[in-house]
Design a protein around this ligand. Structure first.
Ligand SMILES: NC(=O)c1ccc[n+]([C@@H]2O[C@H](COP(=O)([O-])OP(=O)(O)OC[C@H]3O[C@@H](n4cnc5c(N)ncnc54)[C@H](OP(=O)(O)O)[C@@H]3O)[C@@H](O)[C@H]2O)c1
Length: 224
């Protein structure tokens, strides 16, 4: 798959590493071409080099990173979302039809409280900022390092309105070592975001979030 990544930080690098390893063609861009080059190099494919798997390459601009990709990961902090989407041309329809993967946690990181007081999901605001994009909430709940390091099985809760986009994200989750679990349409993303806020709040308060969730055996998974 041709994947664009907007953002050059921890999550961009970790998921990019997993996807390069799985054979995808990753193009990463942010507001700094230097940081994009460093992120591409850290993904293991170097800048354009292949390592038997996929490739990682740095884009000169966010617009280049997002243009003509099969899926675009929006890996920036909530405060940076409007800027990077504008830089990618999303307000002018540049992402129309593109699968836009949203892992953004719009929460107060010390407390875990959602920053948006209108009751809507950050994912829904992102959809407003990127007209026509097929937005899927995903990859927001687990720590970034999980994707580039080996680990046990993980579930990736996802929400979105477009069936084909959900299938694309299920492939991306599988290739990063997870199993996608569709919870429902994009309006359910608020619930997923609140869940991340709870996890973040517990971590900052010194509690293990995994110990706060009951272990209930699965009743047979519905896969996408
Ligand atoms: N880290 C995790 O464990 C984790 C897990 C799940 C979800 N997430 C979510 O994933 C997203 C990225 O997190 P991260 O950990 O990768 O953060 P990070 O390492 O701090 O990187 C943040 C990225 O956002 C960019 N950014 C910030 N403000 C911007 C602006 N105004 N315009 C353009 N770019 C801007 C930064 O660009 P510069 O380098 O130019 O500043 C950087 O590329 C966040 O929304 C976070 O909530 C993170």
């Amino acid at each position: 798959m041709r994947i664009g990544i907007l953002g050059t930080g921890a999550l961009a690098t970790s998921l990019g590493t997993a996807w390069v390893r799985a054979g995808h063609e990753v193009l990463v861009g942010g507001r700094s071409a230097e940081r994009a080059a460093a992120a591409a190099a850290a993904m293991g494919g170097g800048d354009g080099r292949t390592d038997g798997g996929g490739t990682a390459r740095a884009a000169a601009t966010a617009a280049e990173a997002a243009a003509g990709r099969d899926a675009v990961l929006l890996a920036v902090s909530w405060a940076g979302v409007p800027d990077i989407l504008r830089a990618a041309g999303a307000d002018r329809g540049a992402l129309a039809g593109t699968v836009l993967v949203d892992p953004v946690n719009a929460v107060d990181h010390g407390v875990g409280e959602h920053l948006l007081t209108d009751g809507r999901a950050a994912a829904e605001h992102i959809a407003d900022l990127a007209p026509g994009a097929r937005v899927v909430k995903a990859f927001h709940l687990l720590p970034a390092a999980r994707w580039s390091a080996a680990g046990g099985p993980v579930t990736v809760p996802v929400a979105g309105d477009d069936e084909a986009a959900l299938r694309t994200v299920a492939v991306l989750a599988g290739d990063a070592g997870g199993t996608a679990a569709v919870v429902g349409p994009l309006r359910r993303a608020r619930q997923l975001e609140e869940a991340a806020g709870l996890v973040i709040g517990l971590v900052f308060a010194g509690y293990d979030p995994a110990a706060a969730v009951p272990h209930v055996p699965a009743r047979g998974a519905a896969r996408v």
